[in-house]
Design a protein around this ligand. Structure first.
Ligand SMILES: Cc1cc2nc3c(=O)[nH]c(=O)nc-3n(C[C@H](O)[C@H](O)[C@H](O)COP(=O)(O)OP(=O)(O)OC[C@H]3O[C@@H](n4cnc5c(N)ncnc54)[C@H](O)[C@@H]3O)c2cc1C
Ligand code: SF4
Length: 322
């Protein structure tokens, strides 16, 4: 496919079809029978690979730009280091050379039961139950869960985008629209199979990333079982601006612990206007995790998330923290 309209029209017209970008998620899911589209529409020739600087010091990143080329692009390193860091801490170099930005946002959960068609999974087959509830759920979510699904959202990039209030730009039969990234990822509630607001055949064309707050320092911190080629147990995207020892502005988002890339608004509210101290960072982290629900093996994530938040904030605070 060489133009967006044809690609959108082709997938829209056939409910059993899907887009194919780098294939690093899609082909895996075909091989294990989790997804069985009748037709794959290859979108790799579409002109959606540019990375542009916007007048507001933000960026527009084409949906087909590869993770590595985005992470290593000078404009991204300069204007959005959080995005660059989050991308470089994901997957492996080989995968990052294939994997696209749009595909990254639409990758599916790594829940083992979702990927095993012999088990019950409400996300894969609605109404069948959830084998993870009382199963091996060490990697599962403690925030944003429902009694239907507790799967974590796996994308690192999405956590950085949520912290930065990015927009996902999509084109479908209804035209082009901009979706704030915090509205893009849907919590499971009663319909864990519905993960985003895109129509069938609607294509992500770009992601627009505003600049981090003026004067802030940012960091993506990822904690995992091994140092590379592993998904997050807990991750934190932070942008912090401190003046005279006081928090003027803070953006905080969590990965690895929630069903969606999680904007930590409770912690942000608690920290803003307060002294940038380790004690306040820890109190804000506890406040954010207060609604967490542990299930069987994943209780350790509550403490881990708190510690990861504190460490991230201490790292970007001007003189560490007092
Ligand atoms: C072993 C392994 C480890 C990984 N580790 C990490 C990690 O640590 N962190 C992390 O964030 N990710 C990780 N990933 C996930 C990886 O980043 C994604 O697989 C990749 O980004 C998907 O991009 P893709 O271009 O290959 O998408 P595809 O596999 O081609 O597509 C994925 C889905 O998105 C749809 N799609 C693709 N592009 C568009 C578009 N523009 N508009 C609408 N729909 C679209 C496809 O139809 C499909 O449903 C890992 C993957 C693997 C296999
Ligand atoms: S946690 Fe979600 S994805 Fe995993 S088995 Fe349960 S319903 Fe399926």
């Amino acid at each position: 496919m060489a133009d967006v309209g044809t690609a959108v029209g082709t997938v829209t017209a056939d409910p059993a079809s899907a887009f194919l970008a780098g294939g690093t998620t899609q082909v895996d899911l075909l091989r294990i029978y989790v997804e069985q589209p009748r037709r794959l529409v290859d979108i790799n020739d579409l002109p959606l690979r540019d990375i542009e600087e916007l007048p507001n010091r933000g960026l527009r990143i084409g949906a087909l730009a590869r993770m590595n080329e985005v992470a290593e692009h000078p404009s991204v390193i300069d204007r959005s280091p959080l995005v660059s860091q989050a991308l470089l801490l994901g997957a492996s170099p080989q995968l990052r050379n294939m994997a696209s930005i749009g595909g990254n946002l639409l990758q599916r959960t790594r829940c083992t039961y979702f990927r095993d068609v012999s088990t019950a999974c409400n996300k894969r087959t609605p109404g069948t139950g959830c084998a993870a509830m009382d199963g091996v759920n060490r990697g599962h979510a403690v925030l944003g869960t429902s009694d239907q699904c507790i799967a974590t959202h796996p994308s690192d990039l999405a956590v950085a985008l949520v912290a930065l209030d990015a927009d996902v730009i999509a084109e479908g039969q209804r035209g082009r629209r901009s979706i704030p990234v915090h509205e893009f990822f849907l919590p499971p509630e009663d319909t864990p199979d519905i993960e985003h607001p895109l129509d069938h055949g609607e294509l992500i064309v770009d992601v627009e990333v505003p600049p981090a707050p003026d004067g802030s320092t940012s960091l993506y911190l990822k904690v995992r079982d091994r140092e590379s080629y592993e998904f997050a147990l807990a991750s934190v995207a932070v942008a912090l601006r401190v003046e005279g020892g006081m928090v003027v502005e803070v953006r905080l988002a969590l990965g690895g612990v929630a069903t969606v890339p999680w904007r930590a608004r409770r912690a942000e509210r608690m920290l803003t206007g307060q002294p940038a101290t380790t004690e306040n960072f820890a109190a804000a982290a506890r406040e954010e995790l207060a609604p967490a629900v542990a299930r069987g093996m994943n209780g350790f994530k509550i403490e881990l998330a708190c510690r990861t938040i504190v460490r991230a904030l201490e790292t970007v605070a001007p003189d560490g923290a007092r």
